[in-house]
Design a protein around this ligand. Structure first.
Ligand code: B16
Ligand code: MG
Length: 217
């Protein structure tokens, strides 16, 4: 059997959520808006534009499009500054063995990320070659929980949603996989990701037997 294994990027392959948080915190501080790690959960898997709107809503701040564009640019510049020294040490635990195993089993692998910075991150971490298809924030018009990003990935791989498995760390991403008719695997806390079909704390808890079962289904 050949299945499509679709990976989210931030929070699944690499822990870039902390850099997104630091970059947004700078903007929030400039605007005098309180922005906690708990607030940051709301931004996971959410596009850059929507993330800014959420922060402005938190602070009840109204802004012109010109100001918003300025902050979006600033946010991305400071986010990119955290990525300069990025290397394979930033790959989350257990991810590489699973990618390798999927390759050995001749399974198809895609990226399904909301980020417009996905490709350079895959390049810097040396993971680009694992992917048969890459769909990121530059390719979609509808953000998660809309399933567009995962549906395009499955299509590029030539598989159906029923034969697709999605690894996601965000609530919006798990919902997107479910709405798209795919098997959702949540990576993170059970309390947050309870809508996922399967939930694991991280990839070190996913063993080959579990992958074999998914392939057989
Ligand atoms: P960028 P994912 C998402 O990536 C992040 O979780 C989210 O926090 C971020 O705002 C979004 O990408 C856009 O990223 O500003 O780099 O385009 O989790 O879908 O891989
Ligand atoms: Mg994510």
């Amino acid at each position: 059997n050949t299945k499509a294994f679709i990976f989210d990027l931030d929070g699944v392959i690499v822990d870039t959520a902390k850099y997104h948080y630091l970059a947004w915190l700078k903007i929030a501080n400039e605007l005098g808006i309180e922005f906690t790690l708990e607030h940051n959960e709301l931004l996971k898997g959410v596009s850059r534009v929507r993330s800014l709107d959420i922060i402005l809503e938190l602070g009840k701040v109204e802004a012109s499009q010109e100001d918003k564009n300025k902050w979006l640019f600033e946010k991305n510049e400071s986010y990119l500054s955290y990525l300069v020294d990025m290397d394979d040490s930033e790959i989350l635990p257990g991810v590489l063995p699973i990618l390798k195993y999927l390759k050995e089993q001749n399974q198809l692998i895609a990226l399904g990320s909301a980020s417009k910075n996905a490709r350079p991150i895959l390049e810097k971490t040396g993971t680009l070659d694992y992917f048969n298809a890459i769909v990121d924030g530059n390719d979609v018009s509808n953000a998660k929980p809309d399933p567009e990003v995962f549906l395009i990935a499955a299509k590029l791989l030539g598989t159906t949603p029923e034969d697709s498995i999605v690894f996601e760390d965000s609530v919006a991403g798990v919902q997107a996989a479910n709405i798209g008719g795919m098997t959702s695997v949540g990576i993170g806390e059970e309390s947050t990701l309870n809508e996922a079909k399967y939930i694991f704390k991280d990839f070190t808890h996913i063993d080959k037997n579990f992958i074999d079962e998914l392939i057989k289904k």
